[in-house]
Design a protein around this ligand. Structure first.
Ligand SMILES: [Mn+2]
Length: 357
């Protein structure tokens, strides 16, 4: 199992960060380090021990899933249990995840463990999660293939007169039946002029002849997300729809071409953006080219202007340029890919040829 290796990597950070222990309150970080999927639980990592605090409902499950952890019943007041552990293991300086603790939780923690110096940290475990290991890549490939299959089933049932919500419901149902644990994001089905809303979640609008339909969705498999977008046309495409579609596709393919280990994130964004800008549509591609995916749908690294982070082998990112024209519609094409030494492996297999329904 990968969990003890991951915990050791996190424990190595304690020295660099000059703290005695780390409290993990984020659910995805907790799952990444322990394998525990329960809805409630906290990890405490000291230099040589890993404790999982959880409540009565999850004790059996936690012992089964989190083999690398010592499971502790958190009791009535987990702050009190935590305090005892900290005292017992001479923790004087405790790092906590400042992005994953509410203000009231922080106040309670500070009040309870007043013998400890609390140090807020960001992105410690998230940084480890940026590059995916072989096991994770397999799970993400599976999540992507569920989405691909569901989309091909969806193409059989999209037709004029059906509402965006009905189409989204079908898509989520197909993914579920194919093994998805739930949608990876609020499924976007945005049609007609609504497709110009980059994140237009499905509504009551019915699909009409001539509509562009942006469909952005993903499956989850053992906690890992997939993310893909296709834009289809109800009926035959107009010349302008065809032209803008080809431009977005050209930018998307160029973005994919630019990906390899060592390449800077901003360069990948720039390559795709330039193609759209050269045709005068630069102002209508207002978001970044892509983002990391993993246990969360949006993770680092961001493929964005100004991000000088070099890509690394094993990072999983999306490449999703779009052009959005008010009162006309929008087109986005998105694949999810894994970075390799000399390029990328595309997990999304659905065709990117223009689909006319
Ligand atoms: Mn995306």
């Amino acid at each position: 199992m990968p969990y003890s290796r991951r915990c050791r990597q996190a424990q190595d950070l304690l020295i660099r960060e000059e703290v005695d222990a780390l409290l993990v309150t984020d659910k995805a970080n907790r799952y990444y380090l322990s394998g525990f999927t329960g809805s409630s639980g906290y990890l405490l990592l000291t230099a040589d021990r890993v404790f999982l605090l959880t409540d009565f409902r999850y004790l059996v499950q936690a012992n089964q899933q989190a083999e690398c952890c010592e499971v502790v019943n958190q009791g009535k007041d987990w702050y009190e249990t935590l305090k005892q552990l900290l005292t017992c293991h001479q923790v004087k300086k405790l790092a906590f995840e400042q992005d994953h603790l509410s203000h009231s939780q922080y106040l309670k923690l500070a009040e309870k463990v007043d013998h400890c110096n609390l140090v807020g940290k960001q992105n410690l475990v998230e940084k480890l999660r940026e590059t995916k290991d072989f096991l994770e890549l397999g799970l993400m490939k599976k999540a992507a293939s569920i989405a691909d299959k569901a989309f091909s089933e969806l193409l059989e049932v999209i037709r004029p007169g059906r509402s965006e919500l009905e189409v989204a419901a079908d898509l989520e149902y197909f993914m579920r039946r194919l093994g998805s644990e739930g949608p990876a994001l609020d499924t976007i089905v945005a049609s007609g002029i609504r497709s110009a809303l980059p994140h237009g979640t499905a509504g009551e609008k019915k699909l009409e002849l001539g509509d562009l339909v942006v469909i952005d969705f993903g499956a989850t498999y053992q906690g890992y997300c997939s993310d893909m977008t296709r834009t289809v046309i109800i009926g035959a495409a107009t010349p302008k729809q065809r032209t803008v579609y080809q431009l977005v596709l050209e930018a998307q393919l160029a973005g994919l071409q630019a990906i390899r280990a060592g390449q800077l994130c901003q360069q990948v964004d720039g390559v795709a953006r330039r193609i759209i800008a050269e045709q005068g549509y630069g102002a209508y591609f207002g978001h970044s080219l892509g983002h990391g995916v993993g246990l969360n749908i949006h993770e680092n690294p961001r493929l964005a202007d100004g991000n000088q982070l070099p890509l690394k082998k094993g990072m999983v990112v999306t490449v999703e340029p779009g052009i959005y024209l008010d009162d006309w519609g929008g087109i986005r094409i998105e694949d999810m890919v894994a970075v390799t030494d000399d390029g990328c492996e595309i997990f999304t297999k659905t065709t990117k040829e223009l689909i006319e329904i």
